[in-house]
Ligand binder design. Structure first.
Ligand code: NAG
Ligand code: NAG
Ligand code: NAG
Ligand code: NAG
Ligand code: NAG
Ligand code: NAG
Ligand code: NAG
Ligand code: NAG
Ligand code: NAG
Ligand code: NAG
Ligand code: NAG
Ligand code: NAG
Length: 798
């Protein structure tokens, strides 16, 4: 490599990012001979203070140097020769480890663009940077450091009077961190304060006219979302900032934003206004800001969860510029906003979910909003049918009309051959008809949620072809017929919920070919026959594999307005799919485990017969198994001891016989266990996790014995053959049932001495061994012990 460089002395640009150049210390030295270099990119190369060539400083013509994503600690090249350097990117290194050596940056007198993001820099670092010497600095990014950790951490920042862009995102800044003199930065165009700990926006903006914003007349972007503001701000503060295009005050749940009073006239034309999750116009009745009607370039308005009331003005929907309107989670009331405009609306994203919109959707929705990509009207009071014209929306990618009162049939085109939909959710309505009556080839569809409706008919023929389908929920409808054997054609299907229908016939063996299946819910149907033994063919139940169910709408590009704040918008481009999963008899909340890793088999409430296949014990990555309320017989397979991920196991209401395999006490993740209403017999294993299960886990198994059952009954009479060791333990367990047990235990503890007693408490295994021993040495039957206990009781209580 070094030799290779020597012949390239007139090279002007060199891009080596994302290699492994740290491999040899000398491997980069040759770079210093490229004296004509103007642009050098060494990002993501694992470079550290030793492997970075010190001679880089000799590249005196260099104008752009990128070193982000390395392991530099501050022992940087001497920059004194690099008088032409305009851009230096040192983000994502570990510069906090060598703050003192950062002074070398002071020599970069002509630097315009400096990026020190994500370097763990704390408040002490800032003064050391001697930024005041950088008299041409225009862009400064300090995102993702810890500058708020010392008070007055930003001292000196006001001297950067040439600054146009300042990024202080995610720095734990508090009210004392922001100096009042920030208003001196009169050239500032972008101020990014998102994700800090600021409490008082008022303190920041002060009285009207605001000391800080008064002079910042060049300001284009203010982002101050995700702080802890708990005071109020009037938009009149911004009135004279005629260059403003973007304001983001979202996620300040206690911030009151007043847009109506005092009277003001905006001199700016906003492109985006983000006021999610704050308190909008509390005094003015929660109305949508009226000044917006003067905004002729508005592209994005977000005001979800902002306690908005009143109606949605039709001028907002009619406008020619608005591309994204997000008003979910408010109390906006009225019919779907009447619109007179046709076919030239720019609206791409419309979310009025979780409001009180009633009546029908407009029948000409395709001409009203021909550009819709995302449409969410979930959780409203919509009635009537879904307009047929909705399937003519050529670009519609995501449609959520769940939780309304929609009735009638689903428009055929919606999931027809030509659908552009990626995500369709019509759950919780009153829709009817035969949904999948015709074959359709949907290449884009990933999520189809039609649960809780009145859909009828069968899905017997090969009618659904969507290689990208990941989630299919048809649960709680009136579907009937066989579970289709062509399902494996849906190669990527990860979640299949067909529960709560009238499907009959057997579980097709073909199910076992569905390699990506994570959740299979066929419960509450009329499925008969036996459980296929081939289930271990499904690899996602054998080892943990995550499904990728983030749906991105790459077409929604209007949000990516500002190059320098890209990350911010990328954050919001993903829509996470969360399906609430309930398993019969109990609502399982899987805290901590993302849906993408959840694995469930639920075959409960059917008419399944035969044995539980022992192969099911191989499903090592399965988290929940529910086979309850069937007619299953035979034993609990011993192989169940291998279900190492299982958290919930419900086998209740069957005809399962035999004993509970004692090795199952190894299943230390098991927290819900139910085998009630079966024919089980013998001793209940009572160790580890199993000591946490209550009697209700075992009720109505006439031949089960031992704790936690209340009945005191010896297990000796049990008809099941068992080895001696087990018998012994069962005897003990009957003793444990005795109310006198406690006194006995206290007395024995007394005899053994305090520490022996504690040890007994501490380890349940020891406790068992101990009682076996006691049993033997006293050489007495249960009756004897009983008498002895009675004696002790009298002894202790008097
Ligand atoms: C860098 O420049 C200095 C002085 O100009 C010189 O002494 C040194 O040898 C140079 N280093 C390299 C690696 O060229
Ligand atoms: C910073 O600038 C001051 C005054 O212009 C100067 O005295 C000082 O040496 C400079 N510091 C460095 C490290 O260049
Ligand atoms: C900053 O502005 C204040 C007035 O708010 C003024 O007193 C001060 O001199 C200014 N500082 C600089 C460095 O310009
Ligand atoms: C805006 O400017 C006008 C005239 O220049 C002035 O009267 C008014 O007080 C200013 N408003 C604010 C909020 O600074
Ligand atoms: C605004 O700028 C003027 C003149 O440039 C200055 O006198 C005044 O102190 C500045 N105000 C603030 C709050 O920085
Ligand atoms: C709001 O912030 C002030 C300080 O600015 C503080 O005293 C007060 O307790 C805060 N209120 C709440 C509810 O956090
Ligand atoms: C809507 O567009 C018209 C021009 O067609 C404009 O006058 C008006 O201010 C715009 N309103 C909004 C809210 O963007
Ligand atoms: C848009 O609407 C106008 C008038 O309503 C009509 O003439 C035109 O054909 C429409 N364009 C499209 C693409 O539908
Ligand atoms: C639609 O809105 C509802 C309510 O705000 C929300 O829960 C749901 O996730 C949204 N749908 C999609 C696909 O984002
Ligand atoms: C989809 O196209 C196929 C032929 O490619 C056709 O048989 C089928 O009926 C079409 N389905 C719908 C719903 O239009
Ligand atoms: C599918 O789209 C093509 C053109 O995009 C069109 O010619 C065809 O008629 C459409 N088919 C259906 C069933 O809508
Ligand atoms: C589905 O459509 C795609 C392209 O739209 C085509 O390549 C594929 O062959 C079709 N599949 C079926 C089963 O018709």
């Amino acid at each position: 490599m070094p030799q290779a460089f020597s012949d390239m002395q007139s090279l002007r640009e060199l891009d080596l990012w994302n290699n492994k150049l740290f491999a040899g210390i000398d491997s980069l030295r040759g770079i210093c001979e490229l004296i004509a270099l103007r642009v050098l990119n060494l990002a993501m190369n694992g470079l550290n203070d030793h492997t970075i060539p010190k001679c880089l400083g000799n590249l005196s013509l260099l104008e752009e140097l990128s070193l982000w994503g390395n392991e530099l600690k501050g022992n940087l090249p001497v920059f004194s020769e690099m008088q032409r350097l305009r851009e230096l990117d040192l983000s994502s290194n570990n510069l906090s480890a060598g703050i003192d050596s950062l002074q070398g940056l002071c020599e970069l007198k002509n630097i315009q663009d400096l990026d020190l993001s994500f370097n763990n820099l704390d408040g002490r670092a800032f003064p050391l940077l001697c930024l005041s010497n950088l008299s041409k600095l225009e862009t400064l990014s300090l995102r993702g450091n810890d500058l708020g950790s010392y008070s007055s951490a930003l001292t000196g920042i006001c001297e950067l009077t040439t600054l146009r862009f300042l990024d202080l995102i995610r720095n734990r800044l508090n009210d004392n961190s922001i100096p009042k003199c920030l208003g001196n930065l009169s050239l500032l165009e972008q101020l990014h304060l998102r994700d800090n700990e600021l409490k008082s926006l008022f303190k920041l903006t002060g009285t009207i006219p605001s000391p800080i914003f008064q002079n910042l007349t060049k300001l284009r972007i203010i982002s101050a979302s995700d702080n802890q503001f708990n005071d109020s701000i009037s938009f009149s503060t911004f009135a004279n900032l005629s260059k403003l295009v973007h304001i983001d005050l979202s996620n300040n749940a206690r911030l009151e934003v007043e847009t109506e009073h005092p009277h003001w006239v905006p001199t700016f034309q906003l492109q985006s206004l983000l006021l999610n999750n704050c308190i909008l116009n509390k005094r003015g009745g929660g109305g949508i800001p009226t000044f917006l009607s003067t905004q002729q370039s508005l592209k994005t308005l977000e005001g979800s969860c902002s306690r908005l009331r009143g109606t949605i003005p039709s001028w907002l929907l009619n406008n020619l510029t608005v591309g994204s309107l997000i008003l979910g989670g408010n109390s906006l009331k009225g019919p779907f906003p009447h619109s007179t405009q046709h076919n030239n609306s720019m609206l791409q994203e419309l979310d009025i979910s979780d409001n009180i919109i009633y009546g029908e959707l407009p029948s000409n929705i395709d001409t009203l909003f021909p550009n819709l990509i995302v449409f969410n009207m979930s959780q409203n009071e919509l009635k009537g049918t879904i307009p047929v014209s909705i399937s003519k929306l050529q670009m519609l990618g995501m449609l959520d009309l769940s939780q309304n009162n929609l009735s009638g049939e689903m428009p055929h085109g919606l999931i027809g051959n030509n659908t552009s939909l990626t995500y369709l959710r019509l759950s919780n309505n009153k829709l009817q008809g035969n949904i999948l009556s015709k074959f359709s080839n949907m290449t884009e569809l990933e999520v189809l949620l039609l649960d809780n409706n009145g859909f009828t008919g069968t899905i017997a023929s090969n009618m659904l072809s969507s290689l990208s389908l990941k989630i299919l929920d048809l649960s709680k409808n009136n579907l009937s017929g066989f579970i289709p054997s062509w399902l494996p054609l849906l190669m990527n299907l990860a979640i299949l919920q067909l529960d709560g229908n009238s499907f009959n016939g057997p579980i097709p063996l073909e199910v076992c070919q569905m390699q990506n299946l994570h959740i299979l819910d066929l419960s509450n149907n009329k499925i008969a026959g036996s459980i296929p033994s081939c289930l271990p063919n499904i690899s996602s139940w054998m080892k943990e594999i995550s499904i990728d169910i983030d749906i991105s709408f790459s077409q929604v590009d209007f949000r990516v307005l500002y190059k320098l704040d890209l990350n911010y918008y990328v954050d919001t481009l993903y829509t996470r799919v969360t399906t609430i999963l309930t398993t019969k008899g109990m609502t399982l909340t899987y805290e901590g485990l993302p849906l993408s890793l959840m694995t469930i088999i639920d075959l409960s409430m059917n008419q399944l017969t035969g044995n539980i296949p022992s192969q099911m014990g191989h499903l090592k990555a399965l988290h929940a198994l529910n086979l309850s309320n069937n007619i299953l017989s035979g034993p609990i397979p011993e192989s169940f001891q291998n279900l190492e991920s299982i958290e919930s196991l419900d086998l209740s209401h069957n005809k399962i016989g035999g004993t509970i395999p004692p090795q199952m006490v190894q299943l230390y993740k098991l927290s819900i266990f139910n085998v009630s209403f079966n024919n089980l017999s013998g001793a209940i294993p009572y160790e580890n996790q199993f000591t946490t299960f209550k009697e209700s886990s075992y009720t109505a198994n006439p031949h089960l014995c031992g704790p936690p059952l209340q009945r005191s009954r010896s297990c000796n009479n049990s008809s099941q053959p068992r080895d001696n060791k087990e018998e012994e333990e069962e005897d003990d367990s009957t003793i444990l049932d005795s109310p006198l047990f406690l006194y006995l235990w206290v007395a024995i503890g007394y005899i053994l001495g305090f520490w022996g007693f504690i040890a007994l408490f501490a380890n349940e295994n020891w406790r068992w061994k101990f009682f076996s021993t006691v049993d033997r040495c006293f050489d007495c039957s249960y009756l004897n012990l009983h008498t002895f206990g009675l004696y002790l009781k009298n002894f202790c209580c008097n």
